[in-house]
Design a protein around this ligand. Structure first.
Ligand code: SAM
Length: 294
């Protein structure tokens, strides 16, 4: 491992060689700790049959480890300045495809099809895994985007801010509970694999981090008539934290859904009409949705 980028000396010499300056706007904090990387690889339960989607490879630090354990790695990186660096650091691996795209705009399903056809790999959902040390400025849109587009992946193992990991893992009633919690609960089973201090990165982030694995359910844990509507209602309920659920949804201008209808539905469910969104479980949001759309 001494010659790998997880060795801080190697990372520093690569950064110097390419005169690379870290872009804050891209959330660039590169890992320099092989223990942490090994924990991520272990949590992701990677096999030789797997196709890994890595979001933001940076200079390729984790990519080197992913390439050694997976069948193939597709690494999607937005910063074109990193392409020549990756060409060098990943040169020893013949099972990595680097794609210079914005993950929020990229058609991941199409990409997987193209690459697996080219490589002659036969991949099913079980063999597709997302692994990333995420750029923190867009963690929520990335995770929500993967879920809402029903990306075919068995699991998503990511480094996120500690506070975001807590939100993903929260229970009803607390301050961490919100739209992200409910999306994660609807789609996956969570497992916090590690807490990671700032000194494992260069440059050091201003916050603590955590590695969380989200294992996709084959069937959602609750049944709801209209999943998109449920998430619209959830978002509206948490839009203004201090407002009651009734006012949040009432003010969202969702066609056909009035404050009065919310009132009635809550009463029928035996809930207080002034209840706030953070008190409702996923089950209750599903029931509320079904009642509101009739
Ligand atoms: N994986 C590397 C590591 O662990 O050392 C780098 C992680 S760094 C926290 C996040 C990476 O995501 C950076 O390389 C950054 O340029 C890239 N990135 C930021 N926004 C992105 C986007 N919208 N699409 C793809 N990559 C992005």
């Amino acid at each position: 491992d001494n010659e790998k980028l997880s060795n801080p000396q190697v990372t520093i010499s690569v950064i110097k060689k390419y005169d690379f300056s870290f872009a804050k706007k891209f959330g660039q904090n590169f890992l320099i700790d092989d223990h942490v990387i090994k924990k991520i690889i272990k949590a992701a339960e990677i096999t030789e049959k797997d196709m890994i989607i890595e979001i933001g490879p940076g200079i390729g630090t984790m990519t080197q480890y992913l390439a050694e354990s997976a069948g193939h790695v597709i690494a999607v990186e937005i910063d074109q300045r990193l392409l020549p660096v990756l060409a060098e650091t990943l040169a020893p691996y013949d099972n990595v495809t680097v794609v210079n795209e914005d993950i929020l705009k990229c058609n991941i399903e199409e990409l997987i099809k193209e690459v697996s056809a080219k490589m002659g790999m036969n991949v099913t959902k079980e063999n597709i895994k997302v692994v990333a040390n995420l750029p923190y400025y867009i963690t929520t849109p990335i995770i929500m985007g993967l879920f809402e587009n029903h990306i075919p992946a068995a699991s998503i193992t990511v480094m996120v801010q500690k506070e975001v990991a807590d939100r993903m893992n929260a229970e009803p009633g607390g301050k961490d509970y919100g739209a992200l919690t409910l999306a994660v609960k609807y789609y996956s089973e969570t497992y916090i694999a590690a807490n990671v201090p700032p000194n494992c990165f260069i440059p050091r982030p201003g916050v603590g981090s955590a590695v969380i694995r989200l294992k996709a359910f084959t069937e959602p844990p609750v049944k709801v008539k209209d999943e998109k509507m449920m998430f619209r209602l959830i978002r509206a309920s948490f839009e203004q934290r201090r407002k009651t659920l009734k006012n949040g949804i009432g003010n969202a201008n969702i066609p056909g859904i009035t404050k009065e209808a919310v009132d009635d539905a809550l009463r029928e469910m035996g809930l207080d009409e002034n209840i706030r969104g953070e008190r409702l479980s996923l089950n209750e949001f599903a029931e509320l949705t079904d009642r509101l759309i009739g």
